[in-house]
Design a protein around this ligand. Sequence first.
Ligand code: COS
Length: 405
Amino acid sequence: MDDALYFSEQHLAVREMVREFARDEVAPVAARCDADATFPWANIKRMGELGLLGVPWPEDLGGAGLDLLSYMIVIEELAKVDASHGLTVSAHTTLGTSPIVHFGNDEQKRRYVPILASGRVMGGFGLTEPDAGSDAGGTRTTAVKKGDRYILNGVKRFITHGHVGEIFVVTAVTNPGQGTKGISSFILTKPTGDPQGAAAAGVGHEPSLPAMRGFRAGKKEDKLGWRASDTAELIMEDVEVPAENRLGEEGLGFKNFMRTLDAGRIGIAALSLGIAEGAFEEARKYTAVRKQFGQPIARFQGVHFQLSDMATEIEAGRHLMFHAAWLAQHGKPFGKEAAMAKLFCSELAMRTTIKALQLHGGYGYTKDYPVERMMRDAKICEIGEGTSEIQRIVIARHLLKEVLD
Ligand code: COS
């Protein structure tokens, strides 16, 4: 892809800055964080200082004041080296912060966005529940109005930053019997579940945020990939949430979360693309030095075919992803393109990492090379923030809307 098609000088400068950070500070810790499933607090602090935890938010809300394309570049570049770092930025920004930026009132924005955008605390998004995954409207968490508060009860599952995070936007049913129109959303706060890690890095905890009684992290997931990213349950037991913490009107929680996911899908496409590009680069370098039958395996036609297919698909994925981001940035409809980019790039990440591992032969199956981690990291891209099947449903609805209407 010709950089000039989408990027300004500023985009290229952002890309250079993130590449340098990823090379110098992410690459050296990626394998260890994956092996130990440790949350990279030191790099969270560094990313906060570099403005990477609030890329698209206005400067007066503590953000970097950059555009959506810059944000996608950041995710892509981080994911080339380590998908967990890319996901941490993406989940914190799109899922944890954007609902407050887009649907919050002025008071809510001033209160929470600067703390999130600067990376002082981690944020998350509580939609998924044990019985409400693809069927996001099947929310069982309840919010019962009592005077000037709501009482929340329920469990959210697979929540990025559920354990380490402090600010969460969650959905709950306020008007039972009204289906998706009975779902509202709320801002909840709790202290980080890793006070030692946070204190050592000097970020991750904000004492002025209320510790809401009954709101806590539950089981921490032990995952196949994205292991340096934090995933946990959120448990709400008679949590008293002030009415002023309701995000948007009652009944708009589902629609607003669907809008959030539309944009989030471009982020997961960028993340997936980054994984594919990272794995491709590893394979390209490896085939040039690995000798068999007296010559580098990159001289064999079978290897040419693999590398060519990988590179061609990556090029297609870049166009899909940056086109969807460009549409969103220019205020044009982008739901279909975002779902297409997410579907294609996540499946591309899986195919590419499998091929990259195969090109490494037996070495690829060991932890001496990063491709096995990349392959494990790729799988969840086909599941998280809407499975490939959900993307196909969303795309088909766009395709058929006009004719069926
Ligand atoms: N933007 C704005 N509004 C949307 C929307 C979107 N992207 N998608 C749906 N809505 C609206 C609909 O227009 C409808 O409102 P009206 O009745 O006023 O028209 C309402 O929301 C309900 O929509 P729908 O009837 O289509 O809901 P469904 O229960 O059929 O669910 C899918 C639709 C399957 C697309 C949705 O549940 C979904 O995206 N599921 C996947 C969830 C997901 O990605 N989870 C990942 C974990 S979160 S990190």
